[in-house]
Design a protein around this ligand. Structure first.
Ligand code: ZN
Length: 256
């Protein structure tokens, strides 16, 4: 499913402004081992968090002296995703210590990992995202029952710093996932697409109609979830829908 859209001609000034803002705030760090912070508030929150609980590697729990997400050993297992202008854009391939961090975020009550993962994603994709002139950032929703169990939507927590960095509207409740949609594990792409038909609806069509929308998720396997979200958003008149994820994998072994 594709959206009809026109290339915006007003982008030059806006893009230069964003690039200037981004260059000013971007820390000169290794994006694999470090999570940069997109504004002062985020930095302060992290700083306070560091005092309350010293930083540990998100995968192996070894103590860290800096604000890295991963220790050097775990960081060496991360394989960056190279595709520029891909859809979805991604920070890295799914696997190694990054997979451990993502699983902890999702299943081990570690919502604190979402912010640094979101920062890694924005750092690694900022040039494309600025080029796309994203206006609204929408996370992939989780069913209500899983939201109650988990206490948070990991995609929304990842998406928040991305919206902030892009000066885009953050619309965490724009998409709704119907409760009771079956698990996606062990299904191929066609089965997943059929399984997801009707699984998403748009609760806030005015937030996305006529706008360039970025959908954020933690992991993409077959891309079926993102396709279903795109279809729902296009159906209510989104001008263009792009997507970005922390990690991509081709093997259908995750429940997406
Ligand atoms: Zn480690």
């Amino acid at each position: 499913m594709t959206c009809n859209f026109e290339v915006c001609s007003k982008g030059g000034h806006h893009r230069r402004h964003l690039e200037h803002l981004y260059d000013k705030t971007k820390q000169q760090v290794n994006v694999v081992a470090e999570a940069s912070h997109v504004n002062l508030l985020d930095s302060l929150q992290t700083y306070v968090g560091d005092i309350v609980s010293p930083k540990k590697c998100a995968a192996c729990d070894i103590s860290l002296r800096n604000r890295s997400l991963l220790c050097p050993t775990c960081a060496s297992t991360v394989i960056r995703w190279n595709g520029s202008n891909d859809d979805p854009l991604a920070f890295a391939h799914y696997g190694g210590a990054l997979a451990t961090a993502l699983l902890r975020l999702k299943y081990a009550k570690r919502p604190d990992l979402a912010h640094p993962l979101g920062c890694l994603l924005i750092d690694s994709t900022i040039r494309d995202l600025i080029k796309w002139e994203i206006e609204v950032v929408v996370p992939v929703p989780v069913p209500y029952s899983r939201l109650v169990d988990r206490g948070y939507n990991q995609a929304a927590l990842i998406a928040r710093p991305i919206a902030r960095a892009l000066s885009a509207r953050f619309a965490p409740r724009a998409l709704h996932r119907v409760d009771g949609s079956p698990k996606q594990a062990s299904l191929n792409r066609q089965q997943r697409l059929a399984n997801l038909r009707g699984a998403f609806s748009v609760r806030q069509p005015n937030a996305v109609r006529g706008r360039k929308v970025l959908v954020i998720d933690d992991v993409s396997t077959t891309g079926a979830t993102l396709s279903a979200c795109r279809a729902a958003l296009c159906a209510v008149g989104a001008m263009e829908v792009r997507s970005a994820v922390v990690a991509r994998t081709e093997s259908p072994d995750m429940s997406h």
